[in-house]
Design a protein around this ligand. Structure first.
Ligand SMILES: *Cc1c(COP(=O)(O)O)cnc(C)c1O
Length: 424
């Protein structure tokens, strides 16, 4: 059976039917949404300084439950994690032109949240094992203008928080955790996202748990929490009534999450650990099954950490067959959801051309920008090499995998590896 011809070359396909679509939404969420609709109160927020400034009953209930769940002093809901990142950068006291060090290996919003306050994203390289910020590269990118580090817990594994917090401590920097892809993952006994000055999670449709769109900010800092809540809800209109002394970055938005979403979020939070556990189980079976395939590295989990497997990340080191050809062969066997490469944000046109606000290069060409920050190819060699030639991601987030599915994925990989020479 294993010596059968590859499906790509006309042989039989290993996986006959597509994997089941991941769907964490069920009856509990339906009932929760229905009761909010029946109440007629779909959002209770008011953008003025009164008792509803912090939202309605479901917003408050969901936030208190998130605080309890993640073990933090404050949870603040927002209408997307992009909104959450923007609020986080504004809340930590950024000045225009300040530099924030961020990973290039992430969803674009991690870096645009920095630009939103006219601060300057500086891309540091990543670690080849965890794909998260490399502390040595972060340290090498610090200048007198650096104000913060945006640590992204990519694919479901925490960044090296001990090292990053130590750097932040020594240089007087704030740390933001973008834990959109790693809710429920642990770093040394604490939930990923909770070790930074401010962190949080996405609740968009593709994430482990979701409310359609949404996000949760977490922090132990009272002042940051209050600034997050102000930025969420038209800060400029209420700072006088509330007696806010620090007006910096109090240009507010409407980042409010509705009552229906929060009612759904309450049910979703109860299911998070179960969904994370089932992905861990599938990933462990995959890793065991893929052992011994030459030139294929399965995911690395650092000591005292757990992986939430938004993506199951692999690294390829096969000289004879190009990555694209191997993915093509796996896809032909029925392994859907494989991606060649991920992101190199510094290579996006916006950074290459340095055009963000207007057409004249603001903020980079402005006086607020202290120096000529480089986004040239070559500044992040590890991320660039992984993206160009060696990284393969399997989107665990798209599928609900049974034991049989996992066995068939393993079988497909083994079949392709046994027939690599036929792909040359
Ligand atoms: C999904 C995601 C975001 C953005 O979250 P939204 O809720 O879609 O706005 C930001 N960063 C990372 C790493 C993500 O995966």
């Amino acid at each position: 059976m294993d010596n059968e011809k590859l499906a790509l070359l006309g042989g039989p396909k290993t996986i006959a039917s597509p994997f089941r679509r991941y769907n964490p939404i069920g009856k509990e969420e339906l009932d929760a949404a229905q009761s909010v609709i029946e109440s007629g109160v779909l959002s209770k927020f008011i953008g003025a300084w009164n008792e509803d400034f912090y939202g309605g009953p479901k917003v408050k209930e969901f936030e208190r439950q998130c605080e309890h769940y993640f073990g933090v002093k404050h949870a603040v809901t927002v209408n997307s994690w992009t909104s959450g990142l923007i609020a986080a950068v504004g809340a930590i006291g950024i000045e225009p032109g300040d530099e924030v060090i961020v990973s290039p290996w992430t969803m674009c919003a991690s870096a645009t949240a920095i630009l939103c306050w006219n601060a300057i994203p500086v891309f540091a390289d990543i670690e080849p094992d965890t794909f998260c910020l490399d502390p040595a590269s972060v340290e090498a990118n610090i200048t007198p203008y650096t104000k913060a580090i945006m640590a992204v817990d990519i694919f479901g594994h925490s960044a090296n928080m001990d090292a990053l917090l130590d750097i932040a401590d020594r240089h007087g920097l704030k740390v933001i955790s973008d834990t959109a892809q790693a809710p429920g993952a642990f770093y040394k006994g604490k939930y990923a996202g909770t070790l930074a000055h401010v962190g949080g999670y996405s609740l968009n449709y593709h994430k482990h748990i979701h409310t359609g769109e949404g996000g949760i900010l977490v922090t132990d800092d009272d002042e940051i929490a209050e600034r997050l809540r102000l930025i969420r809800n038209h800060a400029e209109a209420v700072v006088a009534g509330k007696g806010v002394a620090d007006l910096s970055n109090m240009v507010g938005y409407n980042f409010r999450l509705g009552e229906i979403e929060c009612a759904i979020g309450i049910e979703q939070l109860k299911k998070l650990q179960g969904y994370v556990a089932s992905r861990q189980k599938a990933a462990e079976k995959l890793s065991a099954g893929l052992q011994g395939l030459k030139g294929l590295r399965t995911p690395v989990v650092e000591p005292d950490c757990t992986h939430a497997y938004y993506v199951y990340p692999m690294v390829l080191d096969v000289d004879t067959v190009p990555r694209a050809r191997i993915i093509e062969a796996l896809a032909a066997e029925g392994v859907t959801g494989l991606a060649a490469g991920y992101a190199n944000l510094h290579l996006l046109p916006m950074y290459q051309k340095k055009i963000a606000y207007g057409s004249k290069g603001f903020p980079w060409t402005s006086d607020i920008c202290h120096r000529n920050v480089s986004y040239e190819k070559g500044i992040c060699p590890v991320a660039e090499h992984l993206h160009e030639s060696s990284y393969i991601g399997f989107a665990m987030c798209m599928h609900e995998l049974t034991d049989e599915d996992v066995a068939l994925i393993v079988k497909s990989f083994r079949k392709v590896w046994q027939n690599l020479e036929s792909l040359v």
